[in-house]
Design a binder for this molecule. Sequence first.
Ligand SMILES: [Fe+2]
Ligand SMILES: [Fe+2]
Length: 188
Amino acid sequence: MNLDVINNKLKEILSQRRLDHSINVAICAVKLSEIYGYDKERAYIAGLVHDCAKCLNKNEVDFYVSQYKIELDDLEKDNLALSHSVIGSYIARYEFNIEDEEIISSVKYHTTGKENMNLIEKIIYMADLIEEGRNFNGVYELRELSFNNKLDQALLISFNNTIKFVIDNEQIIHPRTVEARNYLMKQK
Ligand SMILES: [Fe+2]
Ligand SMILES: [Fe+2]
C-alpha cells in the first residue's frame, strides 16, 4: 500500500468532484481520529478510498463483481448507491493492496452502517456526511455532536434521517441500517 499509488489510481477512476469529496472525508476522518483516539494515517487512507467505486459504470461493476466474486444482496444489485461501498472494499483490498481489515470494513459499511460498528467504521460513516463540502439541512448539528464527543448520538440521528428519507421516498430500507439504528438505541 502506497499513498502515491492510491492517489494516482483514484485520479483515474473518480470524477474531480468525487475526488474533492474523498479528500475532504479523509481530512475530516483525521480530525475525528484526534478526538476519539484512532490512528490518523489509517483514518486518512480509509477516508480517501471510501468512494473508490462510486464512479464505476455498469460494465466495470460487472467486471469487478465477477473478478472478485463479490456477493451483492438483492438491494445492492443494480444499485450503485448501495453497492459502491461493498465493491469499493474489494477494490481497496485487491487493486490498492490495502490489507488493513479495519480500513476495508470501514469502506464496506460506509453507506448502510451495521450493527455494533467499531470506531473507524463510525468515523468514516460520519466523516462522509459532515465533511466541509456538505451543506444539507441539519449538517451543522451533526458536526457539533461529532466534534464534541457525541459520535454515537450523531450516528443515531443520521440513521434515523436515512430511514425517514427512504420511507418518504417509498424506497426499501436496507436491513443493516435498521440494525445499526436499533443497536445504538439499545446502547442508550
Ligand atoms: Fe459512498
Ligand atoms: Fe462519500
